[in-house]
Structures are given as C-alpha cells and as structure tokens.
Design a protein around this ligand. Structure first.
Ligand code: CTP
Ligand code: CA
Length: 224
C-alpha cells in the first residue's frame, strides 16, 4: 500500500494494543472478571489502523467487533493467555499500548469440577497474576511503550511510580473521580505523563478523541 494522499503516516509501523477485561477461571463454569468494555483499546486500535499502522489487538472477552484490513484481533480470555499472546508479538512491533483491565489476582487453584454449594461461606485463595505491561517494559528494545493508570488517590504520584516500575515511555492517567470518565462511559478525562514526568492534563473528551491523542503521541515519537 502507498500513502499517496499523505493520510497514512503510520504506514509501515506495527502496533500492539491490549484491550478489555480478563476472566480468571474459578471452576469450569465460573470466573473472576471486571467491568471493562474494551472500548478504549478498540478505539486506539482503530485509530492506529486508520492512520496506516498494522495493528495486533490482543483482546479479552468483549462484545465489540473490529473489522479492519490492518487489524489482527487475537482473542484471549485469561491474563495468562493475554501475557502469552503479547509476548508472541511484542518483539516485532514499534509501539505497544496496554489498555486492558488485566485482573491483578486469580484463583490459586482452578477446580476441575463445578464447585458444589455446601458451607455458608466459601473462601477462594487468590494469587497475583503476571504484570503483562511490566514484563514488556523489561524486554523493551526500542518499542515506544504506553500504559494506563487507574487511580482513585495520589493519582499523579502513583502514575509516576508506574512509569518507573514498568519502564514506560508514557502513561495515560485515567481520572475515575471526574464525572463522565471511566468504565462503561463514552468519555475519558486523562492526563498524559511522560518518562521525564512532564504532565499534560487533557480536557474531558470522547474515547475516540483520547485514542487520537494517544496515536498523536506515537506519531510525534516517530516524527511522522
Ligand atoms: N497491567 C498489565 N498486567 C497486569 C496488570 C496491569 O499489563 N497484570 C497494565 C494495564 O493494562 C495498565 C497498567 O498495567 O496499562 C496499569 O494498570 P493498573 O491496574 O492501573 O495498575 P497495576 O500495576 O495493576 O497496579 P494497581 O492496580 O495496584 O494500581
Ligand atoms: Ca491493577
């Protein structure tokens, strides 16, 4: 494909995007999940592809669809599957955006049979999942790495700590406190923080517009 009209600045660039929740199995019929719809990640994947990038969208369970000739949607269910899929593609990409709401904990043992109702209380032991984004940060080799941070207190400090801990180039801090932002909403109020801890608070906007801002950051990084 050629960028004859000059509208595909990201042509030739490969971008990995994670989206949606993960489901962590408890037994054959139950899981631990969260309310992520996947919309933010899907909007990012579409925006990148519309500008010419070849996109791998690693998606947890969602109702969303994305049919685009430059987007390869890789469907996963658990955080472990998302981890494996991300590492399969990360080496070959120019940038990665982790928009998935990955479960932080999963049942330590997955029951082989459906758990029967018996006692009045049930205790599930949970273990930490792998931090996918941090693992990508560790093996980063030139990729421009973008993460999200969802915070309810000490937002800026916590987000900065995530930049360092996960070796990110940019973090998109999501303010849940602001009305009209967050899970299931059409809008997001974000602040961009870069590696040098420069803060850029953005207006409340549609997730499509936030996605476009994120793609602009990648374009700026690559001078395209
Ligand atoms: N993330 C990830 N793998 C995990 C947990 C989080 O890749 N197991 C990514 C998310 O996709 C997001 C970023 O890490 O881009 C931050 O997620 P967040 O939940 O805000 O932070 P955590 O590091 O999980 O810390 P905490 O939930 O304690 O704030
Ligand atoms: Ca988390």
């Amino acid at each position: 494909e050629q960028d004859i009209a000059g509208k595909l600045p990201l042509l030739g660039k490969k971008i990995l995007v994670t989206a949606g929740p993960t489901y962590e199995p408890i037994d054959p019929v139950r899981f631990i999940g969260n309310h992520s719809t996947g919309k933010m990640g899907y909007d990012i994947a579409r925006a990148a592809a519309d500008e010419g990038a070849e996109v791998v969208l690693v998606s947890g369970p969602t109702h969303l669809k994305l049919l685009h000739n430059r987007v390869n949607v890789v469907h996963v269910t658990s955080s472990q599957e998302m981890y494996t899929a991300c590492h399969e593609y990360f080496d070959g990409v120019d940038a990665a955006v982790a928009a998935a709401a990955v479960a932080d904990y999963r049942p330590k043992v997955v029951a082989e049979q459906k758990i029967k109702k018996s006692e009045s209380t049930l205790v599930l032991e949970l273990e930490k999942t792998k931090d996918i984004l941090a693992s990508l940060g560790e093996k980063k080799n030139g990729q421009y790495l973008i993460g999200f941070a969802l915070e309810t207190e000490n937002e800026i400090e916590n987000a900065k700590a995530k930049i360092t801990k996960k070796n990110l180039d940019l973090i998109v801090l999501n303010s849940l406190n602001d009305e009209g932002a967050g899970f299931g909403k059409a809008t997001n109020k974000v602040t961009f923080i870069d590696r040098e801890f420069n803060l850029q608070p953005m207006e409340l906007k549609s997730k499509e517009d936030v996605a476009a801002d994120i793609i602009d950051k990648i374009k700026k990084h690559y001078n395209v």
